[in-house]
Design a protein around this ligand. Structure first.
Ligand code: PSU
Ligand code: MN
Length: 312
């Protein structure tokens, strides 16, 4: 077996399949695990995780789902390990600040966008697919509840494909913070920034590209210029699967009121709201959520294939 181009990081456990792909310069797509453990109910979460991995494979790339198991950051998981993440109640939500803690204590952790990005970059993976980004929460200008996903994007060299930012966050302030942090936001094939459940948000696309190869060229150009940090690629949910903005807005307002009444704060807010929105929409939001992740997986694989070709 050929040796990896760089010494593998001593704190990471990279699966054989992912390591071989990285050594060969084959396209690899990282996937997060908070969406599995804290973003969707069991067993749909595990079914989604397996299906997404298959979509990436069908797109000629290797999937690398990332999580912490027994304190070890793992890059590339087995089907059984996905099942543990989806069903074991002891799996915590791990963002950047939590990584050292769960690693030292030997715990399981589902990694957020921020933590997954960092681990993907440590492993040498350049493309990452998720559902929605964290951002500035509504009222964040006084609560200061701003996801570490945003600061991490200013640091880590990964292209991250999402369906935009949910309107349970403050989309306008989230876009402003990303601009301040120097993070480019590229909308794929649309002039409007998407709001996760909907193709529209009321905010214009800061940048627009229509071809995966253009996104790969932008990755290369940005990073060769020494501009570290991520490229946020926002991929609007397919029209057939979207929930109209006016409709989801009513549900979000109700869910936010419920969170307030229940006293939910900090890292528990996003999982709580996602669960409540699924209940209030009678499951429709879950179908939209799964559809948009599928759509992101298809685009992510295409970008990874183009980027691998350009980097060869
Ligand atoms: N948005 C979703 N589903 C999710 C998340 C966001 O539609 O599962 C998760 C992601 O892992 C994201 C995290 O990184 O929530 C943000 O949490 P916080 O705001 O606590 O940083
Ligand atoms: Mn927060």
């Amino acid at each position: 077996m050929p040796l990896p181009p760089i010494t593998p990081h001593p704190r990471l456990a990279i699966s054989t399949e992912v390591r071989d792909a990285l050594v060969d310069g084959h396209p690899v797509v990282a996937l997060e695990s908070t969406i599995i453990s804290h973003g969707m109910p069991y067993p749909r979460n595990v079914e989604m995780a397996r299906e997404i991995e298959q979509i990436i494979r069908d797109g000629d790339a290797v999937p690398a789902t990332i999580a912490v198991l027994d304190g070890v950051p793992r890059i590339g998981l087995s089907g059984d390990e996905l099942d543990v993440l989806g069903s074991d109640e002891s799996v915590g939500k791990v963002s950047i600040r939590d990584l050292g803690y769960v690693a030292a204590l030997g715990r399981h952790g589902a990694t957020t966008v921020a933590a997954t990005m960092r681990l993907a970059a440590l492993a040498g993976i350049s493309v990452f697919v998720t559902g929605g980004l964290g951002g500035v929460h509504r009222g964040g200008e006084s609560s200061m509840d701003v996801s570490a996903d945003l600061t991490e994007m200013s640091l880590t060299e990964v292209a991250i494909v999402s369906a935009g930012v949910k309107s349970l966050l403050d989309i306008g302030r989230t876009l402003e913070v990303l601009e301040t942090l120097g993070v480019p936001v590229v909308v794929y094939g649309s002039d409007e920034f998407p709001s996760f459940y909907s193709r529209s948000s009321g905010f214009a696309a800061p940048m627009r590209l229509d071809e995966p190869v253009q996104i790969a060229e932008m990755m290369l150009a940005k990073w060769e210029l020494g501009l570290s940090g991520a490229i946020s690629v926002a991929n609007p949910v397919p029209a057939a699967d979207e929930i109209a903005q006016v409709e989801i807005e009513k549900v979000i307002v109700a869910a936010l009121a419920d969170a307030d009444a229940a006293g939910v704060r900090g890292k528990d807010i996003t999982p709580y709201l996602l669960g409540r929105i699924v209940e209030l929409t009678g499951g429709a939001s879950l179908e939209t959520n799964i559809a948009l992740v599928r759509n992101n997986a298809r685009l992510g694989a295409q970008i990874a294939v183009e980027y691998a070709a350009l980097s060869a």
